[in-house]
Design a protein around this ligand. Structure first.
Ligand code: GLU
Length: 547
């Protein structure tokens, strides 16, 4: 009776019961094993690589099991909010191809049957469930002042006791309705606390799908459920939301592991079925032989804007995230070259417990491999969008689409496409010579100026308009032999005094004359893109430069 009166005193405006919400949000009709999970950021607008990783893992787990991935905005702490914070997060996820099945799509638009998906719009729901706990005698109003709280904290520190409001320190546990009413009428502020049923010597066990079995002391603290402003704490909102949204897997950062005993207790006292927990370790970085967490302050790659600015295509980042998520991904990839990465059988239990290691060199390698699988048209479209926002010079060069497609098509679409481009930011420099002829040359090979001139003069005769790709190298080799060069490096090495150099030196001279560089893709292919006249004119330029 007392409890009912207390509930009415604290929540007179709440007329709905938990049954109402249970019916409004029925169990989801999904096939067995389907993972329902969520990304639940505060609307700070800032998407950290760790957040991208966690949402990627959630998305992948849902997608591969026919489940649901939703975005819930946790805005119970208004101080951390920024304008357009939600849209920025949604855009951040979309940029990497992480689709949201349900939840917030912008500040005001949401989709799905289990909303509202923003915590500040769920005030009545939380209050209804706290009211129910008060009715059951499992929650009570606490009028302790800040001074009282810091006094007990000091005392607990002195006595080396568990800090917080528990047991003998929970002064308002048995407050009467009369006293509560008196204080409320006098304008005193209060929080609502759980009356923790935990016992000091008891332990709780749970199985984390990433970390395995975890055992910890049971929670004995009368944690705050509703703050003074009537807004729930993270703990309570998490439990109510993940229950009513029918989350099967709570995928979140491992900073929450230590709070799990509180959450287990809350699920219990509310009579909710427990979800599974997947606590993700932070992404690590190697430094001076040791490991540390990827840091917002020290590592540019910790901000997701880095990937857009550098021009890593979403597909590359996606592949990289998979290698970070499950170390067996690369092996699977090699065995399933033509299969979509969405078909990879992702597993929580194969995630790193110590924290996956971020490695930029590896990201570049993976990205090169990914970009090599794209067609010239696909590269063109992605590069076009990227350069429009990030590189005016490159964007201007892409306006001649026919020519740009030829440039981007060099050594692409063949049996062994060249793995040369890691990110769009590198493309301008990498393709420079297709757009501007070299004006100075460093013929780095170990032969005299006259010998270089002799090669270039002769090459003008060899490089005829109707030369085919098959005939090109044999023609260069024959020319090299005629001029006194070995037809292969091995022959040269066996008897260096007998030759001027070898065919590789000859082709390097030609390469430098045409492109200004000693290392490029297939030279015949490049010349074909440049055209016969331009190729010959570049050889002439180099000859004039030397003379
Ligand atoms: N808003 C919490 C955070 O950003 C979410 C944790 C969770 O996913 O439950 O850490």
């Amino acid at each position: 009776m007392e409890n009912l009166k207390m509930a009415e005193l604290l929540f007179p405006e709440i007329t709905k019961t938990p049954e109402y919400y249970e019916e409004l949000y029925p169990a989801r009709n999904l096939k067995e094993g389907a993972v329902v999970t969520r990304f639940a950021p505060s609307p700070t607008g800032f998407l950290h690589f760790g957040g991208l990783f966690a949402s990627f893992v959630g998305r992948t787990a849902a997608k591969t099991t026919g489940g649901v991935f939703f975005l819930r905005i946790e805005d119970t702490d208004k101080k951390r909010e920024i304008e357009n914070g939600v849209s920025l997060i949604v855009k951040g996820l979309n940029d990497f191809g992480i689709e949201i099945d349900e939840g917030m799509l912008s500040e005001t638009v949401e989709k799905g049957e289990y909303g509202p998906y923003t915590q500040s719009a769920r005030r009545d729901i939380y209050r209804c469930f706290v009211k129910e706990l008060v009715k059951k005698g499992m929650a009570y109003p606490c009028f302790m002042s800040e001074e009282e709280l810091s006094q007990i904290r000091e005392l607990q520190e002195e006595k080396k006791e568990l800090p917080g409001v528990w047991g003998k320190y929970a002064k308002f546990r048995d407050i009467t309705v009369e006293e509560a009413k008196k204080r409320i009428d006098a304008g005193e502020q209060y929080v609502v606390r759980l009356r923790s049923p935990g016992q000091e010597d008891k332990r709780v066990k749970f199985k984390d799908v990433i970390r395995g079995e975890i055992e910890m002391p049971e929670n004995i603290i009368d944690v705050v459920l509703l703050k003074k402003d009537g807004i729930p704490t993270y703990h309570f909102a998490h439990v109510v939301d993940d229950h009513l949204m029918r989350t099967t897997h709570v995928v979140r950062g491992d900073e929450w592991v230590s709070s799990v005993p509180i959450h287990l207790q809350l699920f219990n006292v509310c009579g909710f079925k427990l979800p599974k927990f997947a606590h993700i370790s932070p992404i690590m970085k190697e430094e001076n032989g040791g490991k540390r967490k990827l840091s917002k302050r020290k590592d540019p790659e910790a901000a997701v804007s880095f990937y857009e600015e550098e021009g890593y295509p979403a597909g590359s980042v996606w592949e990289y995230l998979l290698t970070l998520a499950n170390s067996n991904y690369e092996e699977w990839r090699r065995a399933n070259k033509d299969v979509s990465p969405e078909k990879f059988p992702f597993s929580f239990s194969k995630m790193s417990k110590g924290g996956a290691l971020f490695d930029l060199v590896k990201l570049n390698d993976i990205s090169k491999g990914y970009i090599a699988t794209l067609s010239a048209d696909e590269v063109y479209d992605l590069l076009y969008d990227w350069s429009k926002a990030n590189d005016d010079v490159l964007f201007a060069r892409l306006q001649d689409k026919e020519y740009a497609l030829k440039v981007l098509g060099v050594e692409r679409g063949n049996a062994k496409p060249r793995k040369d481009i890691a990110k769009w930011k590198d493309v301008r420099d990498y393709t420079e010579y297709y757009f501007t002829a070299p004006t100075s040359y460093e013929f780095s090979v170990n032969i005299s100026k006259d010998a270089v001139l002799e090669i270039l003069e002769n090459y003008k005769k060899v490089y005829t308009k109707d030369l085919t790709s098959e005939d090109w190298f044999p023609a260069v080799r024959d020319m090299a032999e005629e001029l006194g060069y070995a037809k292969n490096p091995k022959l040269y090495k066996e008897n260096p005094d007998a030759f001027m150099g070898h065919v590789g030196d000859v082709s390097t001279v030609i390469r430098i004359a045409i492109t200004g560089r000693s290392n490029t893709p297939d030279l015949f292919w490049i010349s074909t893109v440049l055209g016969y006249e331009e190729t010959i004119s570049r050889i002439d330029n180099a000859i004039n430069f030397l003379k």
